[in-house]
Design a protein around this ligand. Structure first.
Ligand code: NAD
Length: 487
Protein backbone atom coordinates (compact mmCIF):
# COMPACT_ATOMS: atom_id res chain seq x y z
CA UNK A 1 0.00 0.00 0.00
CA UNK A 2 1.56 3.32 -1.01
CA UNK A 3 0.24 6.80 -0.40
CA UNK A 4 3.23 8.72 -1.63
CA UNK A 5 2.49 12.45 -2.09
CA UNK A 6 3.88 14.29 -5.13
CA UNK A 7 6.40 15.96 -2.83
CA UNK A 8 6.81 16.67 0.88
CA UNK A 9 5.78 20.32 1.05
CA UNK A 10 3.15 22.54 -0.54
CA UNK A 11 4.36 26.11 -0.95
CA UNK A 12 3.04 28.96 -3.09
CA UNK A 13 0.32 26.80 -4.65
CA UNK A 14 2.55 23.87 -5.69
CA UNK A 15 4.37 20.82 -4.42
CA UNK A 16 7.98 21.39 -3.41
CA UNK A 17 10.66 18.86 -2.43
CA UNK A 18 13.63 19.37 -0.09
CA UNK A 19 15.95 16.39 -0.69
CA UNK A 20 18.48 17.88 1.71
CA UNK A 21 16.00 17.81 4.60
CA UNK A 22 15.68 15.13 7.25
CA UNK A 23 14.01 12.03 5.69
CA UNK A 24 11.12 10.36 7.52
CA UNK A 25 8.42 7.83 6.64
CA UNK A 26 4.69 7.71 7.15
CA UNK A 27 3.85 4.33 8.68
CA UNK A 28 0.50 2.51 8.45
CA UNK A 29 0.09 1.53 12.13
CA UNK A 30 -2.01 -1.56 11.33
CA UNK A 31 0.84 -3.27 9.47
CA UNK A 32 4.00 -1.29 10.21
CA UNK A 33 4.40 -0.73 6.46
CA UNK A 34 5.95 2.56 5.25
CA UNK A 35 3.29 4.06 2.97
CA UNK A 36 5.22 7.23 2.08
CA UNK A 37 8.67 8.78 2.43
CA UNK A 38 9.07 12.48 3.02
CA UNK A 39 11.70 15.05 3.87
CA UNK A 40 11.56 17.58 6.65
CA UNK A 41 11.96 21.19 5.59
CA UNK A 42 15.48 22.59 5.49
CA UNK A 43 16.11 26.26 6.18
CA UNK A 44 15.70 27.19 2.51
CA UNK A 45 12.27 25.54 2.43
CA UNK A 46 11.11 27.34 5.56
CA UNK A 47 12.23 30.64 4.02
CA UNK A 48 10.42 29.79 0.76
CA UNK A 49 7.22 29.11 2.70
CA UNK A 50 7.51 32.40 4.58
CA UNK A 51 8.15 34.38 1.35
CA UNK A 52 5.19 32.70 -0.35
CA UNK A 53 3.00 33.47 2.65
CA UNK A 54 4.07 37.13 2.69
CA UNK A 55 3.12 37.55 -0.98
CA UNK A 56 -0.08 35.50 -0.71
CA UNK A 57 -1.26 37.34 2.36
CA UNK A 58 -1.08 40.75 0.63
CA UNK A 59 -3.48 39.55 -2.07
CA UNK A 60 -5.74 37.69 0.33
CA UNK A 61 -6.03 40.56 2.83
CA UNK A 62 -7.16 42.80 -0.04
CA UNK A 63 -9.84 40.28 -1.09
CA UNK A 64 -13.36 41.11 0.11
CA UNK A 65 -14.30 38.94 3.10
CA UNK A 66 -17.40 37.66 1.27
CA UNK A 67 -15.16 36.33 -1.51
CA UNK A 68 -12.83 34.75 1.05
CA UNK A 69 -15.90 33.04 2.44
CA UNK A 70 -16.87 31.70 -1.01
CA UNK A 71 -13.42 30.13 -1.40
CA UNK A 72 -13.64 28.42 1.99
CA UNK A 73 -17.15 27.13 1.25
CA UNK A 74 -16.03 25.77 -2.15
CA UNK A 75 -13.20 23.96 -0.37
CA UNK A 76 -15.73 22.51 2.09
CA UNK A 77 -17.74 21.20 -0.87
CA UNK A 78 -14.68 19.62 -2.48
CA UNK A 79 -13.75 17.92 0.79
CA UNK A 80 -17.24 16.46 1.07
CA UNK A 81 -17.11 15.18 -2.55
CA UNK A 82 -13.78 13.49 -1.80
CA UNK A 83 -14.57 12.43 1.74
CA UNK A 84 -14.07 8.71 1.12
CA UNK A 85 -10.62 9.09 -0.48
CA UNK A 86 -9.52 11.55 2.20
CA UNK A 87 -10.83 9.25 4.91
CA UNK A 88 -8.93 6.25 3.52
CA UNK A 89 -5.76 8.33 3.43
CA UNK A 90 -6.37 9.48 7.01
CA UNK A 91 -6.93 5.88 8.08
CA UNK A 92 -3.65 4.82 6.47
CA UNK A 93 -1.76 7.69 8.09
CA UNK A 94 -3.26 7.33 11.59
CA UNK A 95 -4.60 3.76 11.78
CA UNK A 96 -7.99 5.08 12.94
CA UNK A 97 -10.84 2.92 11.65
CA UNK A 98 -12.57 4.03 8.48
CA UNK A 99 -15.84 3.79 10.40
CA UNK A 100 -14.60 6.89 12.27
CA UNK A 101 -12.61 8.77 9.66
CA UNK A 102 -15.60 8.75 7.28
CA UNK A 103 -17.59 10.87 9.72
CA UNK A 104 -15.20 12.60 12.10
CA UNK A 105 -12.11 13.79 10.27
CA UNK A 106 -12.29 15.38 6.81
CA UNK A 107 -16.04 15.80 7.30
CA UNK A 108 -15.55 17.90 10.44
CA UNK A 109 -12.86 19.87 8.59
CA UNK A 110 -15.44 20.64 5.90
CA UNK A 111 -17.92 21.79 8.57
CA UNK A 112 -15.28 24.16 9.90
CA UNK A 113 -14.44 25.66 6.49
CA UNK A 114 -18.16 26.07 5.80
CA UNK A 115 -18.83 27.68 9.18
CA UNK A 116 -16.05 30.27 8.92
CA UNK A 117 -16.83 30.73 5.22
CA UNK A 118 -20.37 31.61 6.32
CA UNK A 119 -19.12 34.09 8.92
CA UNK A 120 -16.87 35.86 6.40
CA UNK A 121 -19.35 38.48 5.23
CA UNK A 122 -20.35 39.31 8.80
CA UNK A 123 -16.87 40.38 9.91
CA UNK A 124 -17.25 44.02 10.82
CA UNK A 125 -16.12 46.72 13.18
CA UNK A 126 -18.25 49.16 15.13
CA UNK A 127 -19.15 52.82 15.08
CA UNK A 128 -18.70 54.63 18.40
CA UNK A 129 -20.52 57.93 18.87
CA UNK A 130 -18.37 60.42 20.81
CA UNK A 131 -20.85 63.31 20.50
CA UNK A 132 -19.92 65.10 17.28
CA UNK A 133 -16.67 63.31 16.75
CA UNK A 134 -16.72 59.55 16.50
CA UNK A 135 -14.53 56.51 16.43
CA UNK A 136 -14.76 53.34 14.44
CA UNK A 137 -13.06 49.99 14.68
CA UNK A 138 -11.81 47.74 11.91
CA UNK A 139 -11.04 44.06 12.23
CA UNK A 140 -7.69 43.47 10.54
CA UNK A 141 -5.68 40.31 9.91
CA UNK A 142 -2.61 39.51 12.00
CA UNK A 143 -0.44 38.55 9.02
CA UNK A 144 1.21 35.15 8.82
CA UNK A 145 -0.10 32.49 11.20
CA UNK A 146 1.77 29.28 11.88
CA UNK A 147 -0.28 26.17 12.64
CA UNK A 148 1.41 23.16 14.25
CA UNK A 149 -0.59 19.95 14.39
CA UNK A 150 -0.78 16.80 16.52
CA UNK A 151 -1.20 13.35 14.95
CA UNK A 152 -4.59 12.31 16.26
CA UNK A 153 -6.88 14.39 13.99
CA UNK A 154 -4.53 15.56 11.23
CA UNK A 155 -6.87 17.04 8.60
CA UNK A 156 -9.37 18.22 11.19
CA UNK A 157 -6.64 20.10 13.08
CA UNK A 158 -5.36 21.60 9.80
CA UNK A 159 -8.89 22.85 8.98
CA UNK A 160 -9.60 24.07 12.53
CA UNK A 161 -6.46 26.18 12.34
CA UNK A 162 -6.69 27.27 8.71
CA UNK A 163 -10.37 28.26 8.48
CA UNK A 164 -10.49 31.02 11.14
CA UNK A 165 -7.02 32.26 10.15
CA UNK A 166 -7.89 32.46 6.47
CA UNK A 167 -11.31 34.00 6.86
CA UNK A 168 -9.72 36.90 8.75
CA UNK A 169 -7.34 37.56 5.84
CA UNK A 170 -4.22 35.89 7.23
CA UNK A 171 -1.92 33.47 5.43
CA UNK A 172 -1.00 30.18 7.11
CA UNK A 173 2.03 27.95 7.18
CA UNK A 174 0.93 24.62 8.59
CA UNK A 175 3.32 22.01 9.94
CA UNK A 176 1.60 18.66 10.41
CA UNK A 177 2.87 16.19 12.98
CA UNK A 178 5.80 14.22 11.58
CA UNK A 179 3.76 11.10 12.45
CA UNK A 180 0.86 12.00 10.12
CA UNK A 181 2.10 14.22 7.29
CA UNK A 182 -0.25 13.30 4.43
CA UNK A 183 -3.75 14.77 4.56
CA UNK A 184 -2.72 18.40 5.15
CA UNK A 185 -1.14 18.28 1.67
CA UNK A 186 -4.51 17.23 0.24
CA UNK A 187 -6.17 20.13 2.04
CA UNK A 188 -3.64 22.48 0.44
CA UNK A 189 -4.44 21.08 -3.03
CA UNK A 190 -8.17 21.47 -2.40
CA UNK A 191 -7.83 25.07 -1.21
CA UNK A 192 -5.90 25.93 -4.37
CA UNK A 193 -8.59 24.27 -6.49
CA UNK A 194 -11.25 26.23 -4.60
CA UNK A 195 -9.58 29.49 -5.66
CA UNK A 196 -7.30 30.36 -2.75
CA UNK A 197 -4.45 32.55 -4.03
CA UNK A 198 -1.02 30.89 -4.07
CA UNK A 199 0.92 31.22 -0.84
CA UNK A 200 -2.09 31.73 1.43
CA UNK A 201 -2.02 28.16 2.77
CA UNK A 202 1.31 26.36 2.79
CA UNK A 203 2.35 23.04 4.27
CA UNK A 204 5.88 22.35 5.48
CA UNK A 205 6.89 19.05 6.99
CA UNK A 206 9.28 18.23 9.77
CA UNK A 207 9.91 17.49 13.40
CA UNK A 208 9.74 19.92 16.30
CA UNK A 209 12.87 21.79 15.16
CA UNK A 210 11.01 22.91 12.02
CA UNK A 211 8.09 23.97 14.22
CA UNK A 212 10.46 25.99 16.39
CA UNK A 213 12.04 27.67 13.34
CA UNK A 214 8.58 28.75 12.22
CA UNK A 215 7.59 29.99 15.68
CA UNK A 216 10.67 32.19 16.00
CA UNK A 217 10.62 33.52 12.42
CA UNK A 218 10.38 37.33 12.51
CA UNK A 219 7.77 37.43 9.72
CA UNK A 220 5.35 35.24 11.68
CA UNK A 221 2.67 37.03 13.73
CA UNK A 222 0.86 34.17 15.42
CA UNK A 223 1.31 30.56 16.43
CA UNK A 224 -1.40 28.00 17.02
CA UNK A 225 -0.27 24.65 18.40
CA UNK A 226 -2.16 21.47 19.09
CA UNK A 227 0.02 19.13 21.11
CA UNK A 228 1.14 18.02 24.53
CA UNK A 229 1.62 20.23 27.58
CA UNK A 230 5.46 20.00 27.50
CA UNK A 231 5.51 21.05 23.83
CA UNK A 232 3.01 23.80 24.64
CA UNK A 233 5.35 25.15 27.30
CA UNK A 234 8.28 25.20 24.85
CA UNK A 235 6.24 26.86 22.10
CA UNK A 236 4.78 29.42 24.52
CA UNK A 237 8.26 30.27 25.84
CA UNK A 238 9.67 30.72 22.34
CA UNK A 239 6.64 32.64 21.14
CA UNK A 240 6.82 34.79 24.28
CA UNK A 241 10.46 35.59 23.62
CA UNK A 242 9.39 36.97 20.23
CA UNK A 243 6.06 38.31 21.56
CA UNK A 244 3.98 36.30 19.10
CA UNK A 245 0.27 35.83 19.66
CA UNK A 246 -0.35 32.27 20.75
CA UNK A 247 -3.17 29.74 20.83
CA UNK A 248 -2.45 26.44 22.57
CA UNK A 249 -4.66 23.35 22.47
CA UNK A 250 -2.99 20.89 24.81
CA UNK A 251 -3.58 17.75 26.80
CA UNK A 252 -6.04 16.74 29.47
CA UNK A 253 -7.16 14.26 32.11
CA UNK A 254 -10.78 15.21 32.08
CA UNK A 255 -13.48 14.10 34.52
CA UNK A 256 -16.78 12.51 33.54
CA UNK A 257 -19.09 12.46 36.57
CA UNK A 258 -22.00 10.01 36.63
CA UNK A 259 -24.58 10.61 39.37
CA UNK A 260 -26.87 7.89 40.70
CA UNK A 261 -29.95 9.26 38.87
CA UNK A 262 -28.25 9.11 35.45
CA UNK A 263 -29.51 7.02 32.55
CA UNK A 264 -26.92 4.27 32.90
CA UNK A 265 -26.87 3.13 29.29
CA UNK A 266 -26.36 6.68 28.05
CA UNK A 267 -23.63 7.21 30.62
CA UNK A 268 -21.91 3.99 29.55
CA UNK A 269 -22.15 5.09 25.88
CA UNK A 270 -20.56 8.40 26.82
CA UNK A 271 -17.79 6.69 28.80
CA UNK A 272 -17.09 4.43 25.81
CA UNK A 273 -16.95 7.40 23.44
CA UNK A 274 -14.87 9.33 25.96
CA UNK A 275 -12.21 6.62 26.23
CA UNK A 276 -12.19 4.25 23.28
CA UNK A 277 -13.02 6.38 20.22
CA UNK A 278 -9.85 6.81 18.13
CA UNK A 279 -8.31 4.19 20.45
CA UNK A 280 -8.47 6.76 23.22
CA UNK A 281 -6.17 9.18 21.41
CA UNK A 282 -8.33 12.27 21.98
CA UNK A 283 -7.25 15.25 24.04
CA UNK A 284 -10.67 15.96 25.55
CA UNK A 285 -11.30 12.36 26.64
CA UNK A 286 -13.09 11.84 29.93
CA UNK A 287 -10.49 9.45 31.29
CA UNK A 288 -11.41 9.87 34.95
CA UNK A 289 -14.91 8.44 35.15
CA UNK A 290 -16.33 9.20 38.60
CA UNK A 291 -19.31 6.90 39.20
CA UNK A 292 -21.66 7.27 42.17
CA UNK A 293 -21.16 4.24 44.43
CA UNK A 294 -24.91 3.45 44.39
CA UNK A 295 -24.74 2.56 40.68
CA UNK A 296 -21.07 1.61 40.40
CA UNK A 297 -21.58 -2.17 40.05
CA UNK A 298 -24.37 -1.86 37.47
CA UNK A 299 -22.32 0.69 35.53
CA UNK A 300 -19.24 -1.53 35.49
CA UNK A 301 -21.03 -4.69 34.46
CA UNK A 302 -22.85 -2.90 31.60
CA UNK A 303 -19.56 -1.28 30.57
CA UNK A 304 -17.69 -4.61 30.51
CA UNK A 305 -20.52 -6.26 28.56
CA UNK A 306 -20.53 -3.53 25.93
CA UNK A 307 -16.76 -3.23 25.70
CA UNK A 308 -16.65 -6.93 24.81
CA UNK A 309 -18.55 -5.98 21.63
CA UNK A 310 -15.74 -3.74 20.34
CA UNK A 311 -14.44 -4.95 16.97
CA UNK A 312 -10.65 -4.69 16.74
CA UNK A 313 -9.04 -5.35 13.39
CA UNK A 314 -8.63 -4.12 9.84
CA UNK A 315 -9.04 -0.33 9.99
CA UNK A 316 -10.20 -0.26 6.36
CA UNK A 317 -13.09 -2.60 7.14
CA UNK A 318 -16.04 -0.41 8.08
CA UNK A 319 -17.18 -2.96 10.67
CA UNK A 320 -14.02 -2.32 12.72
CA UNK A 321 -14.58 -0.02 15.68
CA UNK A 322 -11.08 0.04 17.22
CA UNK A 323 -7.88 0.40 15.24
CA UNK A 324 -4.24 0.36 16.31
CA UNK A 325 -2.44 3.10 18.20
CA UNK A 326 -0.64 5.58 16.00
CA UNK A 327 3.01 4.66 16.61
CA UNK A 328 5.39 2.34 18.44
CA UNK A 329 6.32 4.97 21.08
CA UNK A 330 2.62 5.51 21.74
CA UNK A 331 2.08 1.72 22.03
CA UNK A 332 4.94 1.41 24.52
CA UNK A 333 3.62 4.33 26.55
CA UNK A 334 0.08 2.93 26.74
CA UNK A 335 1.23 -0.63 27.58
CA UNK A 336 3.43 0.92 30.26
CA UNK A 337 0.42 2.60 31.90
CA UNK A 338 -1.57 -0.66 31.71
CA UNK A 339 1.19 -2.24 33.81
CA UNK A 340 1.45 0.75 36.14
CA UNK A 341 -2.30 0.59 36.83
CA UNK A 342 -2.05 -3.05 37.89
CA UNK A 343 1.05 -2.40 39.99
CA UNK A 344 -0.70 0.53 41.69
CA UNK A 345 -3.50 -1.81 42.77
CA UNK A 346 -6.31 -0.71 40.45
CA UNK A 347 -8.72 -3.54 39.57
CA UNK A 348 -8.58 -4.60 35.94
CA UNK A 349 -12.15 -5.00 34.70
CA UNK A 350 -11.22 -5.78 31.10
CA UNK A 351 -8.33 -5.47 28.66
CA UNK A 352 -4.91 -4.61 30.01
CA UNK A 353 -2.62 -5.86 27.28
CA UNK A 354 -1.60 -5.83 23.64
CA UNK A 355 -4.35 -7.20 21.39
CA UNK A 356 -3.52 -10.14 19.20
CA UNK A 357 -5.02 -9.66 15.73
CA UNK A 358 -3.79 -12.62 13.63
CA UNK A 359 -4.09 -10.88 10.25
CA UNK A 360 -2.20 -7.85 11.61
CA UNK A 361 0.55 -9.40 13.69
CA UNK A 362 2.73 -6.27 13.41
CA UNK A 363 -0.19 -3.94 14.15
CA UNK A 364 -0.03 -1.64 17.17
CA UNK A 365 -3.32 -2.82 18.70
CA UNK A 366 -4.14 -2.78 22.41
CA UNK A 367 -7.26 -4.01 24.19
CA UNK A 368 -9.78 -1.43 25.37
CA UNK A 369 -9.04 -1.36 29.08
CA UNK A 370 -11.10 -0.46 32.14
CA UNK A 371 -9.62 -0.07 35.60
CA UNK A 372 -11.99 0.14 38.60
CA UNK A 373 -11.24 1.04 42.25
CA UNK A 374 -8.92 3.74 40.96
CA UNK A 375 -7.91 6.30 43.56
CA UNK A 376 -7.02 9.95 42.98
CA UNK A 377 -3.29 9.62 43.70
CA UNK A 378 -2.60 6.83 41.22
CA UNK A 379 -0.49 7.78 38.21
CA UNK A 380 -3.13 6.31 35.87
CA UNK A 381 -5.58 8.83 37.36
CA UNK A 382 -3.23 11.81 37.15
CA UNK A 383 -1.24 11.50 33.93
CA UNK A 384 -2.48 11.75 30.35
CA UNK A 385 -2.20 8.26 28.83
CA UNK A 386 -3.65 9.00 25.36
CA UNK A 387 -4.79 5.44 24.77
CA UNK A 388 -7.87 3.30 25.44
CA UNK A 389 -7.48 3.18 29.22
CA UNK A 390 -10.48 4.17 31.32
CA UNK A 391 -10.15 4.84 35.04
CA UNK A 392 -13.35 4.40 37.08
CA UNK A 393 -13.34 6.13 40.48
CA UNK A 394 -16.06 5.95 43.15
CA UNK A 395 -17.77 8.89 44.80
CA UNK A 396 -20.82 9.54 46.92
CA UNK A 397 -20.84 13.29 47.63
CA UNK A 398 -21.31 16.13 45.14
CA UNK A 399 -18.97 18.67 46.75
CA UNK A 400 -16.30 16.01 47.20
CA UNK A 401 -16.44 14.84 43.58
CA UNK A 402 -16.21 18.41 42.30
CA UNK A 403 -13.09 19.03 44.40
CA UNK A 404 -11.52 15.77 43.19
CA UNK A 405 -12.45 16.46 39.56
CA UNK A 406 -10.75 19.85 39.77
CA UNK A 407 -7.65 18.51 41.52
CA UNK A 408 -5.52 18.36 38.36
CA UNK A 409 -3.18 20.64 36.46
CA UNK A 410 -5.31 20.12 33.35
CA UNK A 411 -8.65 21.75 32.50
CA UNK A 412 -9.57 20.84 28.95
CA UNK A 413 -12.98 19.23 29.30
CA UNK A 414 -15.54 17.79 31.72
CA UNK A 415 -18.88 16.04 31.65
CA UNK A 416 -21.75 15.34 34.01
CA UNK A 417 -24.55 12.79 33.79
CA UNK A 418 -27.65 13.43 35.90
CA UNK A 419 -31.38 13.88 35.38
CA UNK A 420 -31.42 16.69 37.96
CA UNK A 421 -31.25 19.87 35.87
CA UNK A 422 -30.17 22.11 38.75
CA UNK A 423 -27.43 19.77 39.83
CA UNK A 424 -26.20 19.47 36.24
CA UNK A 425 -25.70 23.23 35.94
CA UNK A 426 -24.40 23.63 39.48
CA UNK A 427 -21.72 21.01 38.93
CA UNK A 428 -20.74 22.31 35.48
CA UNK A 429 -20.43 25.84 36.93
CA UNK A 430 -17.98 24.53 39.53
CA UNK A 431 -15.80 22.50 37.16
CA UNK A 432 -12.57 24.10 35.97
CA UNK A 433 -12.69 23.10 32.31
CA UNK A 434 -13.04 24.95 29.02
CA UNK A 435 -15.33 22.53 27.20
CA UNK A 436 -18.14 20.80 29.08
CA UNK A 437 -21.02 18.46 28.36
CA UNK A 438 -24.23 17.65 30.18
CA UNK A 439 -25.61 14.15 29.52
CA UNK A 440 -23.26 13.49 26.60
CA UNK A 441 -19.52 13.61 25.95
CA UNK A 442 -16.97 14.62 23.31
CA UNK A 443 -19.28 16.29 20.83
CA UNK A 444 -17.40 19.26 19.39
CA UNK A 445 -19.53 21.02 16.78
CA UNK A 446 -17.63 23.87 15.13
CA UNK A 447 -20.21 26.37 16.38
CA UNK A 448 -19.00 25.75 19.96
CA UNK A 449 -15.70 27.31 21.11
CA UNK A 450 -13.16 24.64 22.08
CA UNK A 451 -10.18 25.00 24.39
CA UNK A 452 -8.73 24.52 27.81
CA UNK A 453 -8.40 26.05 31.27
CA UNK A 454 -5.21 25.79 33.32
CA UNK A 455 -2.37 23.85 31.62
CA UNK A 456 -4.68 22.53 28.90
CA UNK A 457 -4.22 25.62 26.82
CA UNK A 458 -4.89 29.22 25.99
CA UNK A 459 -7.16 30.82 23.44
CA UNK A 460 -10.06 29.07 21.74
CA UNK A 461 -10.64 27.35 18.45
CA UNK A 462 -14.01 27.26 16.68
CA UNK A 463 -17.07 29.44 17.21
CA UNK A 464 -17.01 33.24 17.08
CA UNK A 465 -14.28 33.14 19.73
CA UNK A 466 -11.75 31.97 17.13
CA UNK A 467 -12.22 35.20 15.18
CA UNK A 468 -10.91 37.14 18.20
CA UNK A 469 -7.78 35.01 18.21
CA UNK A 470 -7.03 35.46 14.50
CA UNK A 471 -7.63 39.17 13.98
CA UNK A 472 -6.79 42.46 15.62
CA UNK A 473 -8.87 45.54 16.15
CA UNK A 474 -7.78 48.89 14.84
CA UNK A 475 -9.53 51.81 16.57
CA UNK A 476 -9.76 55.06 14.62
CA UNK A 477 -10.76 58.38 16.27
CA UNK A 478 -12.26 60.83 13.77
CA UNK A 479 -12.21 64.49 14.87
CA UNK A 480 -15.15 66.47 13.49
CA UNK A 481 -14.19 69.76 15.17
CA UNK A 482 -10.98 71.67 15.73
CA UNK A 483 -7.88 70.64 17.67
CA UNK A 484 -6.98 72.42 20.90
CA UNK A 485 -3.44 72.55 22.25
CA UNK A 486 -1.91 74.04 25.41
CA UNK A 487 0.27 76.42 23.49
P1 NAD B 1 3.50 16.75 20.57
O1 NAD B 1 3.45 17.81 21.58
O2 NAD B 1 4.55 15.72 20.66
O3 NAD B 1 3.66 17.38 19.10
C1 NAD B 1 2.73 18.30 18.58
C2 NAD B 1 3.35 19.07 17.43
O4 NAD B 1 4.35 19.95 17.94
C3 NAD B 1 4.06 18.19 16.39
O5 NAD B 1 3.78 18.71 15.11
C4 NAD B 1 5.53 18.37 16.74
O6 NAD B 1 6.39 18.19 15.63
C5 NAD B 1 5.54 19.82 17.18
N1 NAD B 1 6.65 20.18 18.07
C6 NAD B 1 7.33 19.39 18.95
N2 NAD B 1 8.26 20.11 19.58
C7 NAD B 1 8.18 21.38 19.13
C8 NAD B 1 8.89 22.60 19.41
N3 NAD B 1 9.85 22.64 20.33
N4 NAD B 1 8.52 23.71 18.76
C9 NAD B 1 7.52 23.70 17.85
N5 NAD B 1 6.84 22.58 17.51
C10 NAD B 1 7.15 21.43 18.16
O7 NAD B 1 2.04 16.10 20.58
P2 NAD B 1 1.53 14.82 19.80
O8 NAD B 1 2.16 13.62 20.43
O9 NAD B 1 1.64 15.04 18.33
O10 NAD B 1 -0.03 14.85 20.15
C11 NAD B 1 -0.56 14.35 21.33
C12 NAD B 1 -0.81 15.46 22.32
O11 NAD B 1 -1.60 16.47 21.73
C13 NAD B 1 -1.58 15.01 23.54
O12 NAD B 1 -1.05 15.59 24.69
C14 NAD B 1 -2.98 15.55 23.30
O13 NAD B 1 -3.73 15.77 24.45
C15 NAD B 1 -2.69 16.81 22.56
N6 NAD B 1 -3.83 17.20 21.74
C16 NAD B 1 -4.56 18.30 22.11
C17 NAD B 1 -5.68 18.68 21.38
C18 NAD B 1 -6.51 19.88 21.77
O14 NAD B 1 -7.23 20.39 20.93
N7 NAD B 1 -6.45 20.35 22.99
C19 NAD B 1 -6.05 17.95 20.25
C20 NAD B 1 -5.28 16.85 19.90
C21 NAD B 1 -4.17 16.49 20.65
Amino acid sequence: MRAQPKASHYIGGRYVESPEGHPFPSIYPATGEAIASLYGADEKTVEAAVSAAVEGQKIWAATAPAERGRVLRRAAGLIRERNRDLSILETLDTGKPLQETLIADAASGADCLEYFGGLAATLAGEHIDLGGSFAYTKREPLGICVGIGAWNYPIQIACWKAAPALVCGNAMIFKPSEVTPLTALKLAEILTEAGLPDGVFNVVQGYGDVGAQLVSHPAVAKVSLTGSVPTGAKVAALAGEHLKKTTLELGGKSPLIVFDDADIDNAVSAAINANFYSSGQICSNGTRVFVHSAIRDRFLSRLAERTANAVLGDPLDEATSIGPLVSKPQLDKVLGYMMIGQEEGARLVCGGKRADIPAFSDGLFVEPTVFADVTDGMRIAREEIFGPVMCVLDFSDEADVIARANDTEFGLAAGVFTRDIQRAHRVIDALQAGTCWINTYNLTPVEMPFGGYKKSGMGRENGHAAIEHHSQIKSVYVEMGGVEAAF
